[in-house]
Design a binder for this molecule. Structure first.
Ligand SMILES: NC(=O)C1=CN([C@@H]2O[C@H](COP(=O)(O)OP(=O)(O)OC[C@H]3O[C@@H](n4cnc5c(N)ncnc54)[C@H](OP(=O)(O)O)[C@@H]3O)[C@@H](O)[C@H]2O)C=CC1
Ligand SMILES: O=C(CO)COP(=O)(O)O
Length: 318
């Protein structure tokens, strides 16, 4: 049975290319002109320049074509996920729906599993997350990801693993999706540190204290510590805070250095920082780094004032 990937962004396209090593894959994009161009060129120059689409990968703008697929990967950005699921619930309910997005929905404070379960109660919801740049996956470089599903899902793990994409599975969907969502906020913060020339030592401190914040919220919401220590938390945090391939990190560098940044680029951490401050407030948690990033993204505070505010917090035990 064909696997469908909905959303021909960088990540959806890369996953479709990797999965095509195992058999037919359907890749859906909403824009008919983009689909025509991709069929003609066998590339996705809009979202993943340079990658070649294998012949067993079919590109379509007819979302109904996914009806014949039992496994459907969702590659639309997080803040579009809720609307997308409601619009297409009739088609998607009853299927295995694997969210590949990283973030917290601002409108509801939910992660993607809760969004899927609300819109498509008959579906089996899963999350695919972890350290993986689309360009690396598309080039066939080795990558390891976490597949999280409330029901233990070794069959799904086997179906979505490829010779270059090694999947580890867990039933801790909360931990897996929070790890992927929260590391983007800390990656923006790490970028700010580098962009403002505060140094590698400050970045390491920021990553460590950011990881403490990630754990604080994730544990409060029911995640398991080992999930945050794994690929979807620690692994992705390290990748995204240290690589210029990361859009969240680059956005942070732009904020820190006062440079312009293309608003068309997907930067999930900005909306997630806002969502996190709401969740932290609701749960009585202190998340000072996330709060500073939300304020910086909203241009409510300067970089200098954000640094001063973080450094002047009361001294405490680690
Ligand atoms: N890129 C990466 O390396 C990785 C990305 N991710 C995650 O994957 C998710 C998607 O990111 P990525 O693929 O990079 O993003 P891109 O910016 O490359 O692409 C976003 C895609 O979503 C489509 N889209 C946007 N809104 C809608 C909508 N309402 N309905 C249908 N399609 C829509 C866009 O279509 P259009 O072109 O028509 O606007 C585009 O194809 C994010 O949550 C990201 O964190 C995870 C791991 C790695
Ligand atoms: O999640 C990612 C790598 O694991 C991609 O990070 P960016 O969205 O910051 O590019």
């Amino acid at each position: 049975m064909t696997i469908a990937v909905l959303g021909a962004g960088a990540f959806g396209t890369a996953l479709a290319i990797s999965l095509a090593q195992r058999g037919p894959v359907l890749l859906w994009a909403r824009d008919a002109a983009q689909v025509a161009e991709m069929r003609e060129s066998r590339r996705n120059d809009r979202r993943l320049p340079g990658a070649v689409l294998p012949e067993v990968l079919t590109v379509t703008d007819r979302i109904e074509d996914a009806a014949g697929c039992d496994i459907v990967l969702l590659g639309v950005p997080m803040q579009k996920m809720g609307g997308f699921l409601s619009e297409n619930a009739g088609l998607l309910d009853g299927k295995v729906l694997v969210s590949c997005s990283k973030g917290i929905d601002l409108a509801t404070g939910r992660g993607s599993v809760a969004l899927i379960e609300a819109a498509c109660p008959g579906a089996l919801a899963a999350v695919l997350t972890g350290p993986s740049f689309a360009a690396d996956i598309a080039r066939g470089l080795p990558t390891a990801l976490t597949l999280a599903c409330r029901t233990d899902a070794p069959d799904l793990q086997a179906r979505l693993s490829t010779p270059t994409l090694r999947l580890y599975r867990t039933t801790d969907t909360i931990g897996a999706e929070l790890g992927g969502a929260l590391k983007n906020v800390i990656a923006i913060a790490a970028g700010v540190v580098i962009g403002a020339n505060l140094g590698d030592s400050a970045r390491a401190a920021l990553m460590t204290r950011g990881f403490a914040e990630m754990n604080r919220l994730a544990m409060k919401l029911g995640a398991r510590p080992e999930t945050l220590m794994g690929l979807s938390g620690f692994g992705d945090l390290v990748l995204t805070c240290t690589s210029l391939q990361s859009r969240n990190f680059r956005y942070g560098i732009a904020l820190g250095s006062g440079s312009a940044f293309d608003p068309g680029v997907t930067v999930e951490g900005a909306a997630t920082a806002r969502a996190v401050t709401g969740l932290a407030r609701d749960h009585g948690l202190e998340m000072p780094i996330a709060a500073m990033i939300a304020a910086l993204c909203a241009q409510k505070i300067s970089v200098a004032d954000a640094v001063t505010a973080l450094l002047s917090r009361p001294l405490k035990e680690e």
